[in-house]
Unconditional design. Structure first.
Length: 403
């Protein structure tokens, strides 16, 4: 009798543990799914300013995540004691441009201060390293026009950068990545301007100060591709007959989808992708792995997003089949330049490799060693700009379309 009771208790306990494990797994999957489509305003401030060395060229000792990244970077920072974003996730108030690492002392790294555009860089300030370099497109020295374009959610802000020697009717649309500022794309304008291409830098749904998308969440580049298509329509209305897409990270996903099925795909003559989100199932599985979670958690999370159990920017749910690199490659019928790095720890470059392998006659994959996510320009600006300039200048007329 006691044995039967013990077995019953043990069985009930086992069932309870199993049910609890399933519930925990489902909860983790739902959390991963929500995080992947939730707008992130960047509250993290992992970099600390340790010491500032005055001089003709000031130097700064910093430490923290990203402080030792290769090449020149910007430090977005808040003054000592400030609450990041005041609880709203606002961009830090300070902006300093830092040169490459020139010294190390334990975890601290030494960089030259190229310039401080806003704020006061002092010990105790905290912030985060970012890849963008310019704070406004006007800094590039070209005529800039502020404008808007009409999207399905209302007017979105944009800038138009006019080259000094314009090649008539050639435009480019620059699309930043998930949770990033449009300033991310300013680095990419110069080679287009030198090629005589008019650039349109867009903001899109869920950007700070712009109309929100469905549920105020992202659509893994699917929803955002419709804003890219709306921007192409605006360029077309202003006389564009050829449009090149330049997409960064998730902006790369949106650009590939716009190329594959956008209303105005007929005038797209080429696509440039920097650290593109070219394999979203792989990205989410990698995030689970980094968190010490099994692959199953990511797979269940994707199923929750696909069925709409976890809300996203897509009314019918996110179709992850369309976000596999093999499928994204099928929509490519114009020349594509992919700039990606094996050192990208945020978006693995596997998707870029697959796309290049699937379309070897159309896709050129270029890697800059030690370049981080959307930071290949920072590691080697001259090579990055020359590669893009050569590609843009050689693009054929639309109508060729890979046949």
């Amino acid at each position: 009798m006691k044995t039967r009771q013990a077995l019953a208790v043990a069985g009930a306990t086992a069932v309870g543990v199993a049910v609890g494990a399933v519930a925990i797994s489902a909860g983790l999957a739902a959390m991963l799914a929500r995080l992947s489509v939730t707008v992130d305003r960047g509250l993290e401030r992992p970099v600390q300013v340790r010491r500032v060395v005055p001089g003709e060229t000031p130097l700064v000792w910093i430490s923290g995540e990203g402080s030792g990244a290769r090449g020149q970077h910007s430090l977005l920072f808040d003054p000592p004691g400030a609450t990041p974003g005041g609880g709203t996730g606002a961009i830090p108030t300070g902006h300093a441009r830092l040169g490459p690492v020139i010294g190390r002392n334990g975890r601290d790294v030494l960089r030259a201060v190229v310039g401080v555009d806003s704020g006061e860089l002092v010990p105790g300030a905290s912030g985060r390293m970012v890849g963008w370099w310019y704070t406004s497109p006007e800094e590039l020295g070209y005529r800039v026009e502020q404008t808007t374009y009409e999207s399905e959610h209302g007017p979105m802000d944009a800038w138009i950068v006019h080259p000094k020697r314009k090649r008539k009717k050639r435009w480019a649309i620059h699309v930043h990545g998930r949770g990033a500022s449009p300033a991310e794309t300013f680095r990419g304008i110069e080679p287009f301007a030198r090629a005589g291409v008019t650039s349109m830098i867009i903001q899109y749904r869920n950007d700070l100060g712009q109309p929100a998308g469905l549920n105020g969440r992202y659509g893994m580049g699917i929803s955002e591709s419709r804003d890219v298509d709306a921007a192409i329509a605006a360029a077309r209305a202003r006389g564009a007959e050829r449009v090149t897409l330049m997409g960064w990270s998730m902006g790369g996903t949106a650009s590939l989808i716009s190329l594959a099925r956008g209303t105005h795909r007929d005038i797209i003559d080429g696509v440039i992708l920097e650290s593109p989100g070219a394999d979203w199932p792989g990205i989410l599985r990698d995030k689970a792995r980094q968190a010490g979670l099994p692959r199953l958690i990511a797979d269940v999370g994707m199923e929750l997003l696909a069925r709409g159990v976890v809300a996203s920017g897509e009314a019918e749910g996110v179709d992850f089949e369309d976000l596999r690199p093999e499928v994204l490659a099928q929509g490519i019928d114009v020349p594509v330049l992919v700039l990606a790095s094996p050192n990208d720890r945020f978006v693995p470059w596997h998707g870029s490799q697959v796309i290049a392998a699937e379309q070897p006659d159309l896709v050129q994959l270029v890697s800059i060693p030690e370049g981080g996510h959307v930071r290949l320009w920072n590691a080697d600006p001259e090579r990055w700009e020359q590669t893009v300039l050569t590609f843009v200048s050689a693009l054929p007329q639309p109508g060729w379309r890979g046949h």
